[in-house]
Design a protein around this ligand. Structure first.
Ligand code: GLN
Length: 469
């Protein structure tokens, strides 16, 4: 009923109230039956969630918010569930539908959805952020306690920040990408948006773990096998090791990269982040200055590598195997051309063109190869910073949520990704945790504090965020 009442937020792409009610009742019956049989219920049993529409699902259509995946017979239906969906379902969660996002997860405002933007519940005239905008809106508006998202360059952390919810993008390789529609395969990770760090921990720990169906899914998370439950065990150990409950972060060194606090940061966001940092200090953490000198380069590097991979991944949408097929093509080439030009939106086409260009003969060395080298240097900068600290903190976004309809200039939109791209390029886990409000809207607009950990250090991030909340 809440989802219907808030349909104007456009959070869902696929939602059927009768089916959702039936799924909820079926889950309650299943839980009752298990309880009656003397079986213990898990923490996620009966939890209502929904998935970003880039995870393929058998129960609902999957479109990645693109007309390309809507064919003559209707939206695409997958014959299998994504691994993370399957794992969450096996743990007892009940999926109520599929959530809005930018087309193929390309964007940072949810305005590139072929089915219209989702609206920020704090001020419906503003963007929710993206690309996992529907997920952030559904959690912020209390339509759901939690939702999945995906993060390639910030798509979990950024909408979480702009909608005032908690988001976690794990280490690259922690979660399987099997059944997650590919955007930029070397960067894509499944993530989660929820009301608290503790909830994020429960969900990510169920989604995580090695999967033979994804060759980049890690078998080992540091020295231990990458298995579901590992983060929870590490988090429990951290909770147990707290000596003084008033100072749970005693001994934790938090690095503040000076490049994250430069001129581009809006005053209201800076103030809210600084207030959060003071709170971390009060909880026992030590703040140290660090440097990530190639922060600015993350934008050109990402916007070469991600489109390059996207141009290759999106070549499968040819109008033949599934999705949209143009009518009246005279030959195969025309069928490809017409289907793709009708099916893809403007931002997706822009990425395909950039990607094809940087990979083409004569430009590859100048752009793509150079970007790959710089990507490694950005990752090395993080390792140098982690010599002096246990995790890194800063803003998630340079400003609070901007008004809808202001995203006509792609470069301006790309620049807003400056604080989320570096961790993505380095494959590091990152969180967005609400830290007060900036100016705008009837109530003020949420600001996110970003926490970035070293590889496999999700438990450090979650423990810090939990203490903060
Ligand atoms: N805003 C970034 C982009 O447009 C990140 C998107 C994402 O993480 N999926 O590519």
């Amino acid at each position: 009923a809440r989802a219907r009442a808030h349909a104007g937020l456009n959070a869902f792409l696929h939602f059927d109230e009768a089916a959702a009610a039936e799924a909820t009742r079926a889950a309650a019956r299943a839980s009752d039956a298990r309880r009656a049989a003397g079986q213990a219920l898990g923490p996620l049993d009966g939890l209502l969630i929904a998935h970003k529409d880039v995870f393929v699902t058998t129960d609902f259509p999957t479109t990645a918010a693109s007309r390309m995946l809507v064919g003559a017979q209707g939206p695409y239906r997958s014959p299998f569930d994504a691994t993370v969906v399957e794992r969450l379902q096996a743990a007892g969660t009940v999926s109520l539908g599929k959530l809005n996002c930018d087309e193929f997860a390309m964007g940072g405002a949810n305005e590139h959805s072929a089915f219209g933007a989702a609206k920020n519940p704090w001020d419906r005239a503003r963007i929710p952020g993206g690309s996992s905008g529907g997920s952030a809106v559904a959690v912020a508006a209390r339509l759901l306690p939690a939702a999945t998202g995906t993060d390639t360059g910030g798509s979990v952390r950024q909408p979480a920040a702009l909608c005032g919810v908690t988001g976690l993008k794990p280490t690259y390789g922690r979660c399987s990408r099997h059944g997650m529609i590919a955007f930029a395969s070397s960067l894509d990770q499944a993530g989660v948006l929820a009301r608290s760090a503790a909830d994020c921990a429960l969900l990510i720990d169920t989604m995580a773990g090695f999967d033979p169906l994804d060759s980049t899914s890690a078998e080992f998370a540091g020295t231990e096998p990458n298995r579901p439950g590992l983060i929870g065990a590490q988090l429990a150990a951290r909770r147990a090791a707290v000596a003084d409950p008033a100072r749970p972060l005693a001994g934790l060194r938090i690095g503040l990269p000076k490049e994250f606090f430069g001129e581009g940061l809006a005053a209201d966001v800076r103030a809210a982040v600084q207030q959060g940092l003071a709170q971390l200090q009060a909880l026992g953490a030590t703040l140290v200055d660090v440097s990530l000198p190639r922060t600015e380069l993350a934008i050109p590097v990402y916007y070469i590598i991600a489109p390059a991979e996207a141009s290759s991944n999106l070549s499968r949408y040819d109008g033949v195997r599934y999705g949209h097929r143009a009518e009246g093509a005279k030959d195969l080439l025309e069928l490809y051309r017409k289907s793709r030009s009708e099916g893809f939106g403007a931002e997706v086409k822009r990425r395909i063109m950039i990607g094809t260009y940087v990979l083409s003969h004569g430009y590859y060395d100048a752009y793509y190869l150079q970007a790959q080298k710089l990507r490694r240097m950005i990752a090395d900068d993080f390792q140098a910073a982690f010599q002096a600290c246990d995790l890194i903190a800063g803003p998630v976004t340079p400003t609070v949520a901007r008004p809808l309809g202001g995203g006509s200039d792609p470069v301006t939109e790309y620049l807003a990704d400056i604080f989320t791209l570096p961790a993505s390029l380095a494959g590091l886990p990152g969180m967005s945790v609400p830290t007060g409000f900036g100016a705008g809207g009837p109530l003020g607009l949420p600001v996110g504090l970003q926490l970035i950990g070293n590889v496999w250090q999700e438990a450090t991030l979650l423990h810090t965020a939990e203490a903060f909340q």
